[in-house]
Design a protein around this ligand. Structure first.
Ligand code: NAP
Ligand code: NAG
Length: 288
């Protein structure tokens, strides 16, 4: 870990109350950064905050900046500018913005309410676009900035029964690839991160086509990498100022290559995956 190069940067992390965001918060804190954590559940953010401080090897005089927690609902776009203002005013700068918050989805296009497509698009994509726009000119003025975007392998390829999620992650990658070029001359960096499965509550918290909470941990998620592993890879990529990074195993990386080089084969494989996955999905929906 290049903690020296991450230094005392101010890091704002959305979705800092659990999973990957929680692991990122801990690791940025332990690297000496001043962290600000934001999400909807203040009680969970406070739990993360005290855990981080309790378990940190840093002694207080090395890091005199305990994590700060702020309430943020990305679905509430009107409140994003005042949130950004509040976050910026804590240290009068934000060096690293980690757009991490997100929700997942399980369902079939044919039976999914449009509100769900909208919800995923707003929380996973537009909310972070709005927040980034609010902080961009301050970053340009302060002469540096780093925007880290947590996408997914599903931001690079679509898989069955994940339409709204995959769409929102594709949108993120398109938007932030464009932004990277536009702000390169202002010393603002953009790192797009595409992880494979991580062992978090993302699948439990996923929304179904009718807006219910999915409530189950899928085997793919249960067998995923640890949030700590993903977070340490992300910190390395941030320190190295990588433009993008895919944090995934051989299977997912091969799928991305196949999608690019032999799309017809990739689509055939997805067709059979949909055929095999449909009964499973319908059973789980019935169990609920
Ligand atoms: N787990 C995986 O397999 C995987 C794979 C690839 C990419 N990712 C990405 O990693 C990121 C973190 O997810 P995770 O796996 O750590 O899942 P998680 O444990 O469910 O965490 C999601 C985080 O997002 C926050 N959030 C949800 N809705 C929000 C809203 N409307 N406004 C503000 N914050 C909101 C949640 O906090 P509150 O509930 O307190 O608001 C929570 O902190 C997501 O972008 C996800 O797409 C995950
Ligand atoms: C998932 O959520 C439950 C209930 O909030 C919590 O006890 C558990 O630690 C979470 N699991 C992970 C992997 O974050």
């Amino acid at each position: 870990m290049c903690s020296a190069s991450l230094g005392i940067n101010v890091v704002l992390i959305t979705g800092g109350s659990s999973g990957l965001g929680e692991a990122l918060a801990r690791q940025f804190y332990n690297a000496g950064c001043r962290v600000i954590l934001a999400s909807r559940r203040l009680d969970e953010l406070n739990r993360v905050r005290s855990n981080i401080m309790k378990n940190s090897k840093l002694v207080p005089f090395q890091n005199v900046y305990p994590p700060v927690v702020l309430k943020l609902d990305l679905a509430d776009l009107q409140n994003v500018p005042s949130f950004a203002d509040e976050a910026w005013k804590i240290y009068h700068r934000i060096d690293i913005l980690v757009n991490n918050a997100g929700i997942s989805y399980r369902g079939e296009v044919m039976t999914t309410n449009l509100e769900i497509d909208l919800k995923l698009m707003i929380v996973n994509y537009i909310g972070h676009t709005a927040l980034t726009k609010c902080l961009l000119s301050a970053m340009v003025e302060q002469g540096n900035g780093h925007i880290v975007v947590i996408s997914s392998v599903q931001g690079k390829l679509g898989i069955p029964f994940r339409s709204a999620y995959s769409a929102s992650k594709h949108a993120l990658e398109g938007f932030f690839d464009t932004l990277r070029a536009e702000v390169a001359d202002y010393n603002v960096k953009v790192t797009v991160v595409s992880p494979g499965y991580i062992r978090t509550n993302l699948s439990v918290n996923a929304l179904t086509g009718d807006g219910r909470v999915y409530g189950l941990t899928d085997p793919t998620t249960a067998n995923g990498m640890s949030p700590n592993y993903a977070a340490s890879e992300i910190l390395e990529s941030v320190a190295a100022e990588d433009e993008e990074v895919v944090i995934a195993g051989f299977g997912a990386k091969t799928a991305i290559l196949l999608r690019a080089l032999w799309p017809s084969m990739y689509f055939k494989i997805m067709n059979s995956r949909a055929r095999r996955g449909r009964p499973n999905l319908l059973n789980k929906a019935k169990e609920q």
